[in-house]
Design a protein. Structure first.
Length: 267
């Protein structure tokens, strides 16, 4: 393979990585929803995690949609990054919007299936502060005190903060119950795969362009990958090493995830 062919193949590899992580991360939302439906319960699933997920992916969707479609935002980005294009791709947009929609669906399940949980005071406070601060930032932009790209970065940092804290309630719940029943391990395995591929694509894109500002210009995507990987390793440790018992006395149920996700009607 000559030098020109070698150079030409890397964008193809990047595209494959991007769509593969999109599929892995997108599919990762379904096992939890399926598990909730089969158990007719959301016991074992942290309500704080669900609310954080919905608001976080709303912020992430707005960020990606604007960076991908808005000419104004793209020009503001080039002005700040030496005429370089931002690294938000079509698969980023589809992933973010899809994640928001399926997270919202999972939230509706928490209303449909009975649970003894309530949204914690800390989660409620954080979400109210984040919404209020976002509204205030919009007012500042409309009054000419800032630019829309700054507001989008603000939303991306909210998403990044949420990604750091959203898993903590679930991790603590698993610890208290000494069980991972009700929390989908399939979700975690797919999430781990998507995180690794997302980081790999971003690094490869920066190397292809010989411009590492693409990483600093999209900190949320880079940070999300590493955060996902770190927490997924913790959850895998809880599920496979620390809490190997598959019967939860608090729920009086066997672990549904030891059965196939789709049960055949035929023997």
């Amino acid at each position: 393979m000559d030098g020109a062919s070698s150079v030409a193949i890397w964008p193809v590899v990047s595209n494959i990585l991007g769509w593969t992580y999109f599929l892995a991360w997108s599919i990762s939302f379904y096992p939890q929803a399926i598990l909730n439906f089969r158990r007719k319960s959301v016991q074992g699933l942290s309500l704080d995690f669900v609310y954080y997920n919905v608001f976080g992916f709303l912020c992430y969707s707005i960020f990606n949609l604007a960076f991908f479609f808005s000419k104004e935002i793209q020009e503001q980005y080039r002005h700040r990054h030496n005429d370089s294009d931002n690294l938000v791709r079509g698969n980023d947009v589809l992933f973010a919007v899809h994640a928001f929609l399926i997270s919202a669906f999972t939230l509706t399940q928490t209303f449909h299936y009975k649970s003894d949980q309530e949204l914690s005071r800390s989660a409620r406070t954080f979400l109210l502060v984040a919404i209020g601060a976002s509204a205030l930032f919009v007012a500042v932009v409309l009054l000419g005190g800032s630019m829309w790209i700054d507001f989008l970065y603000f939303l991306s940092y909210i998403k990044l903060i949420i990604s750091f804290i959203k898993y903590l309630p679930q991790m603590w719940m698993n610890y208290q119950r000494k069980s991972t029943i009700g929390w989908s391990i399939h979700n975690i395995l797919l999430d781990f795969t998507g995180g690794c591929l997302s980081v790999a694509q971003l690094i490869l894109d920066a190397a292809i362009a010989n411009d590492w500002s693409g990483i600093t210009g999209a900190p949320v995507k880079f940070g999300l990958g590493f955060v996902a990987i770190g927490f997924d390793l913790i959850f895998m440790t809880q599920h496979y090493i620390l809490y190997k018992s598959r019967h939860d006395p608090l729920l009086a149920t066997l672990d549904e995830e030891r059965q196939p996700l789709v049960v055949s009607e035929h023997p």
